[in-house]
Write a protein of this length. Sequence first.
Length: 194
Amino acid sequence: MTPLIAKVTFVALMVGWYVIRRPYERKASRARVVRSARDLRETILLLVSLTGLGIVPAVYVATGFPRAAERGFEPAVAWLGLLVAVASLVVFRLTHKALGRNWSVSLDVREDHKLVETGIYRHVRHPMYTAFWLWALAQALLLPNWVAGLSGLIGFGILYGFRIGREERLMLDTFGDQYRSYAARTARLIPWLH
């Protein structure tokens, strides 16, 4: 693995995410939103995450900026980053497939929204966040730059930290005891661990 191939791998990860997500964006946009937590806070959190997972690493890949934050490239670390990137895309695809038209980039409940408990959701109640954590980890492993590499972990970590409790409350308010029971038998992010 070379630094160029590691950067190309990261770009392929970004493209893969878009290719997976695009059809679901179209399907979900047809379903009417009946409850939403979209507000200024949500918008800011999404922008922080986008900056860390998309904008900062894209600038680095395109320009090498900030060069002062370079760290030594290690091929074995980049190969591990490739494996984590693939895992991220697999989890991301399984999540979208299970959610179907219930998917939303924001905290929304759609008309005829169902609590998804099948597929990857059988074991993990927030696999989309798992996929994003994997993306952020892949980014840190693939991009040998302290700023660009770690910006995904920081940006997404901020979104996750300030959003997960709000999402859990929205699900409880919407699905009540059904969600309580589901949460009791599933992990939040990692099957059988957390």
